[in-house]
Design a protein around this ligand. Sequence first.
Ligand SMILES: [Zn+2]
Ligand SMILES: [Zn+2]
Length: 256
Amino acid sequence: MIRSKWDQRIKRADELAAEHPFAAEVLRFYSHVARFQKDLYAGMADVGSDLHLLAPKFPDFLSHIAAAAPKPLAQCARDLRKLELGQWVNILDAFWRVAPQFQPEPGRATELLACIFLQPYAEYRAGCSEASPPRETFGTCPFCSARPVTGVLRPEGDGGKRSLICSLCSTEWDIGRIVCPACGEETVEKLAVYTTDLFPHVRVEACDTCRYYIKTVNLTKNGRAVPVVDELAAIPLDLWAQQHAYVKLRANMPGI
Ligand SMILES: [Zn+2]
Ligand SMILES: [Zn+2]
């Protein structure tokens, strides 16, 4: 059942890439990455919590990325591939210490590669741990304290239950329907919602108090959606949000 989570993401990315040409490049790269992450995750029981046991798998990952990534990322992967085991260990160690605060953005290719590589590790560790009590900072992951990469509405009763999915470890946690995850604003008039016919099941949820936004995937409208993948595909919503001077709470893997 746990393995199938990766298969669902890969299948959905391939489906959406065929449906939406403007997002095809992003989704094909994601699909490629997710296939590698799936294999990493499957071997995670042997790694346990020892990050150093993962480092020998880094060069193989870098070779895969170099063959499929957009140019700057591919070049960075080729450069890192030339380093030695001790240096890979240092890069992964250094990233892991600051991973929850990481934002994918141009010029941070080394950290982005470390982040993609360590996501299955983070997800595995989160899956093994006892559920943590929710922290007061409800807009960050209760397990690893990274920011959410997407919101989700799941069917509950006649309506939907809102939750957030962690950008690093994929933990999902509940949040109220009408509240800004960044600053806690609860005034309806301050919370903007935007949708487009292209993706009727995805919406921008923006806050006029702190100017942050997140996209939320509504599974009550489309039960086939896979939140982290549909979030990636709905690029026109990000364009709208950014044209209106909102800032994304946590950029997704391609830095959107
Ligand atoms: Zn997390
Ligand atoms: Zn806010």
